[in-house]
Write a protein that binds this ligand. Sequence first.
Ligand SMILES: Cc1cc2nc3c(=O)[nH]c(=O)nc-3n(C[C@H](O)[C@H](O)[C@H](O)COP(=O)(O)O)c2cc1C
Length: 298
Amino acid sequence: MSSTSVRLFNWELEHPIILASGPFSNDEKSINNAFANGAAAVVTKTITAKNSNSSGCTRYRDLVFNRDGYSTKSLEEWASILETLRGRKVIASIFADTPEDLADLARFVVSHGVEVIELGLSCPTFGSDPVCFISEQLRAFCSAVRKAVNVPILVKILIATSREKNREMASCIKESGIEGISLSDTLPAIILNPKNGSMQLGGAGGLSGPLLKPLVLKAIYDISDIGLEIVGIGGIETAQDIMDYVHIGAGAVQVCSLIFKRKLGAIGELYKELSEELSSRGVCLKDLSSRTIREQED
Ligand SMILES: Cc1cc2nc3c(=O)[nH]c(=O)nc-3n(C[C@H](O)[C@H](O)[C@H](O)COP(=O)(O)O)c2cc1C
């Protein structure tokens, strides 16, 4: 085992860096490309039977702003993509409008070889509140999918600035028998066009990149004793960012915005930087777990 290896459910990952759901995992070629560039696992663009349209994304300072929606590929297209990727560490991100439909979609992706699912219950892209913020809905979606499939499940949430809300979401997920949580999705935002005051990309969208990291670290800290496997997402650009996420309680991490800046090659570079940093400190990634922080607190 290398100093960077981690376990995610039944998977032994060589390192903790997973490609997050987004535009770089919307087809077979991109997903294979991500693996070729060193991703330990890949989360698909969110698969849904809903009609979705994309207004794309744009850079804002050192951040990314998007109104990208869900995958516009049909379920038939995803069936054949997932079949060709059978046996690879592909996490299917899925969304549907009702708990029953999401349970059906979970069965569908599992029947095409998916070993881990991420429920995209966090999408803020089109202005309305995401499912994760409405407890009864969150419970209903989680319970329905939990009953439908046996594979490990991550629920992707959008962080709240309230500790109580973060704990409520995590407890809801845990009580439904689901094993893991991914946080965070992009934060809801509006970017105005300085020339005419209109909303960029046509409305409210999601903001991602370095701004997210301290906010997500706080949210992970809020929930780290609830007993869920935690996947940290937001603003990861360096080995230190990964180590901070692990230190606060994440078992693995996902990256997205970084790929806009540095292309998929950034994943392999990040892995190399992480290995070198851990070797120079003479520690394994696992040694950095949240225990240290908790001990200091006591
Ligand atoms: C253009 C774009 C599209 C995205 N699409 C999805 C998506 O389909 N499903 C999802 O769960 N998250 C989606 N995300 C959110 C990312 O997976 C990730 O949670 C977020 O960008 C924060 O990580 P980062 O700071 O590393 O970008 C998208 C992000 C961007 C920038």
